[in-house]
Design a protein around this ligand. Structure first.
Ligand code: HEM
Length: 534
């Protein structure tokens, strides 16, 4: 047999195998049980080429073609996309018992390796452990004492921010996105750990040629290393989640990236554990009758201990939280709270600046709640609840520009949506933009109109259930929502009452990139101090 013959025969065998594979693939696809409309997939990649890297655009395009519920294959995994409020009813059900979508994802070996599927909140597959950690976090970040103290933290950070802008002067062009990144870092770190954070100061120093904030180099280096590590941890979630184990462990460049992520994760764990044990020691040394600061870390440590009489009720939720659980909760706060708050602030400012009448109404609201805006404002936790129009502006912005555009949940057991059977473990994505701009739910959905969120005299508005899902819903609704809302409200009261702000390029559209959290990395603005009318 000649070499040519061998090659010929081998080619024949391989071609036959490929043809058999393709026939088998399409046979099982066409004969699948209870099919949902959707594009025809390709072998191996499924519909990845149609969903694309920008899942948000892919989902909207396929919604137009196949309707409000469609199915695709992501590689070889079946996924369902839903784009109408009534169809997500089960996903956002508030019932703890027999909740068909209690899980965030189907089992994922990357999340197992990162240690996220058996601990923490967002990706915890163990629902009992999830429930416990979530209750403790909720008990902390939604507690009136934390939210009250948080207002003081934020006010101090806003004082700092204001000062930097005044010193940089009115000629400076500011990339608001960079500032909000620093602002979100400072508010999150300060309120979480109770210690000073230096992101805004460091950024100011990088812009100012004259006056600089004095921060010892050792502190700056430590701080930057810590922040880099947090951001690397955040990016490792998608790295471990999306890249199959075999590629992460065996492909040359990816293998070294995997190692870097592992080293970083270990380093971050050790640093956080050091912070926790030091703080525990400090708290132990404070007499029981002396109060402590209500930052998240302190509250997590004292929950369900004799220092905090405000115990969590319920079977199995009466123990205190372990150091490892605290560490993972802190990581969770950083990964869920930083980018969301930062980008939400950018989106909101853009819309306020594009719509001067909305800005005027906001200022009127601030005058009615805080009185003379030329004086120091008394921003209290209670006053934030009176900012009804501000809340409507935040809601309307996040309706048009949600922070998360496609949100994943996974079927906890065999179930059904819209008459279609959904098997246990199937990933179901909510297409937030699809729902937030659906003509069946919203009049003129493309128009920016905060008034639609205002209630009439009978305390009623026309918002359809599950048609605005900025913070998700049901049993997994964002536990940081009140905290985030307060932070954003304070930022805008402080900004709009003290400064005249305008867009450098008012005709440019908002630049947004798709990611787990939608990003705006460039929003150029001018800021100058408002003239007070005497
Ligand atoms: C503007 C700011 C924020 C937005 C838009 C946002 C949005 C969301 C969304 C859409 C979800 C998914 C909910 C669901 O599955 O139904 C979520 C979950 C979560 N968020 Fe937020 N979030 C924000 C800020 C925060 C903050 C400040 C924290 C800090 C505590 C936080 C902690 C979490 C956690 C731990 C989860 C997972 C909940 C679970 O799976 O049970 N978020 N958030």
């Amino acid at each position: 047999m000649t070499i040519l013959n061998i090659i010929y025969n081998l080619t024949k065998i391989i071609s036959t195998l490929i043809v058999v594979y393709i026939i088998k693939f399409y046979f099982s696809w066409y004969t699948r049980e209870n099919p949902i409309p959707g594009p025809i997939p390709l072998p191996l990649i499924g519909n990845l080429h149609q969903i694309g890297k920008d899942m948000e655009k892919g989902a909207l395009k396929l919604q137009k073609q196949y309707g409000d519920i469609f199915e695709v294959l992501l590689g070889s995994t079946r996924a369902i996309f839903i784009s109408r409020a009534d169809l997500v009813e089960k996903i956002y059900s508030p019932a703890l018992k027999n909740n068909a979508f209690a899980h965030r994802t189907s089992p994922n070996s990357g999340l197992d390796e990162l240690g996220l599927s058996k601990s923490g909140i967002t990706f915890n597959m163990d629902l009992e452990a999830w429930k416990f950690n979530r209750r403790i976090l909720g008990h902390t970040v939604m507690s009136p004492k934390f939210l009250k103290e948080n207002v003081n933290f934020i006010n101090q950070i806003c004082d700092e921010l204001e000062n930097y802008w005044l010193q940089l002067g009115p000629e400076t062009i500011h990339n608001f996105s960079n500032w909000t990144s620093c602002f979100a870092t400072d508010i999150t770190l300060t309120a979480t750990t109770g210690t000073k954070s230096y992101a805004t100061a460091f950024y100011y120093n990088s812009l100012s040629n004259s006056v600089k904030v004095e921060i010892p180099n050792s502190i700056i280096n430590e701080f930057l290393k810590f922040m880099d590590s947090i951001y690397m941890f955040i990016s490792s979630i998608m790295f471990f989640f999306n890249i199959p184990s075999i590629i992460r462990h065996h492909f040359p460049i990816i293998k070294s990236l995997q190692k870097k992520h592992e080293i970083n994760n270990e380093w971050l764990n050790i640093e956080l554990e050091k912070i926790i044990s030091k703080r525990k020691q400090e708290i132990e040394n404070i007499p029981l009758d002396q109060s402590i600061n209500y930052n998240v870390l302190n509250l997590l440590i004292i929950t369900n201990t004799e220092r905090n009489p405000d115990k969590i009720s319920g079977i199995d939720h009466t123990r205190s939280i372990t150091d490892i659980e605290i560490r993972n909760t802190l990581k969770e706060i950083f990964s869920a709270g930083l980018d969301t708050t930062r980008n939400a602030s950018c989106f909101i400012l853009y819309y306020i600046l594009k719509y001067p009448d909305v800005k005027d109404k906001l200022i009127k609201e601030y005058e009615s709640v805080y009185g003379d805006l030329g004086k120091k404002l008394n921003i209290t936790r209670e006053s934030l609840d009176k900012l009804i129009y501000t809340e409507a502006v935040i809601n309307e912005t996040t309706r048009i520009q949600p922070l998360v555009s496609v949100l994943m949940r996974s079927a906890s057991f065999d179930t059904e949506i819209g008459g279609y059977k959904i098997k246990k473990g199937t990933d179901v994505f909510t297409n937030f933009i699809g729902i937030h701009t659906h003509k069946a739910h919203w009049d003129e959905p493309e128009n920016f109109n905060p008034d639609r969120f205002l209630k009439d005299n009978n305390n009623h508005n026309n918002i359809i259930k599950n048609s605005h899902l900025n913070f998700g819903g049901g049993i997994r609704i964002c536990p940081g929502r009140h905290w985030a809302m307060d932070n954003i409200k304070i930022l805008f009261v402080r900004l709009l009452t003290k400064f005249e702000i305008s867009l450098v390029n008012p005709d440019n559209p908002l630049k947004i990139e798709f990611d787990i959290v939608r990003h705006c990395d460039e929003l150029e603005i001018y800021i100058k101090e408002k003239k007070t009318i005497s």
